[in-house]
Design a protein around this ligand. Structure first.
Ligand code: NDP
Length: 286
């Protein structure tokens, strides 16, 4: 079988978006004398989480965005974490706040997220941000779904009337991805761990968004010829949630893993941090 799919290049699109964010960050610094600043908060010493935070801070630095890191011990309580986030929420030198998660089983993550002021919720994790997104009101979107939408837009994927199947329904990925697709007039179906016949649903999809975290769960044979396949999954060994090799021979457009959705997530985080700074420094109409 021959490859039918065009590869969606998240790396180069993300680079363009980061360059735009960097230009805007420079303009903010020049006009206000203040550089946009992202606070990153990490509880404990999980190596993967620490790597993610380091990557995000390094990208910030390259884009001219300051970052301030707060590393808290693994023994931190929910109340202490909330105190830290509330402090950052009222600190005028901080424009965006990122709480790296998972925070550990003893932390009430939802309560912690809600301590982030909506205007600083550049990772789009609060109930306020989710509601604003759902009502199509101004606000920050969850970064990975936001990145998926930017990819679809950049590749001119027409969504109105299309059947979009989102596999996964987490609060930060699957669920908001479906809401954003709905806002673009797609007909949206969610699948999850209790879905009885995943293959049958995927076979009907014009657009598949895989957001599960299980290597090659989506069978290539189930991809409808010409469908758009967005694989947000990231599993050990650089493997996505879609059986990529087979999907390549059926899809019309497909994201690689890595180099598809991953880089877009950070690009949206930086864009939203710069936007938050612009808003807070009174530049929202520029
Ligand atoms: P979660 O574990 O929070 O959610 C996984 C979802 O998949 C749940 O809704 C779950 O269903 C569903 N699911 C589990 N098993 C199946 C199955 N057999 N069939 C159908 N659905 C199933 O994960 P996240 O949403 O946080 O992350 C998903 C993936 O995306 C991971 O690989 C993660 O690494 C990656 N990711 C990538 C990012 C990026 O920047 N590229 C950012 C964030 C995540 P149920 O609700 O019923 O339990």
């Amino acid at each position: 079988p021959i490859q039918t799919a065009r590869i969606m290049d998240g790396t180069s699109l993300a680079k363009r978006i980061v360059d735009e964010a960097a230009a805007k960050a420079a303009e903010i610094s020049r006009r206000t004398g203040t550089r946009p600043c992202l606070a990153t908060v990490l509880v404990g010493e999980d190596p993967a989480s620490a790597t993610y935070v380091r990557m995000k801070r390094a990208r910030c630095a390259k884009a001219g965005i300051k970052s301030r890191h707060i590393g808290l011990p693994a023994t931190t309580t929910t109340a202490e974490l909330i105190d830290t986030l509330a402090g950052l929420s009222s600190d005028s030198e901080v424009h965006g706040i990122l709480l790296q998660h998972p925070c550990g089983p003893h932390i009430d993550e939802r309560a912690a997220f809600e301590a982030i002021a909506p205007e600083k919720d550049v990772d789009g994790v609060t109930m306020h941000s989710f509601a604003a997104m759902s009502f199509a009101l101004p606000g920050f979107v969850s970064c990975t779904p936001g990145g998926i939408m930017r990819l679809l837009e950049a590749y001119d994927v027409e969504l109105a009337g299309k059947h979009a199947v989102v596999v996964g329904r987490s609060a930060i990925l699957g669920k908001p991805a479906g809401m954003l697709l709905l806002a673009e007039d797609a007909t949206v179906t969610y699948c999850h761990s209790r879905t009885t016949d995943l293959s049958a649903v995927v076979r009907e999809a014009d657009v598949v968004v895989a957001a599960v975290g299980q290597p090659r769960l989506i069978r290539g044979e189930d991809i409808k010829p010409g469908a758009v396949v967005i694989d947000a999954g990231y599993n050990p060994g650089n493997v996505g949630d879609v059986d990529y090799d087979t999907a390549l021979t059926r899809a019309g457009l497909i994201t690689p893993v890595p180099g598809g959705v991953g880089p877009m997530t950070i690009a949206v985080l930086l864009t939203q941090t710069v936007q938050a700074a612009a808003n807070q420094l009174g530049m929202q109409h520029q």
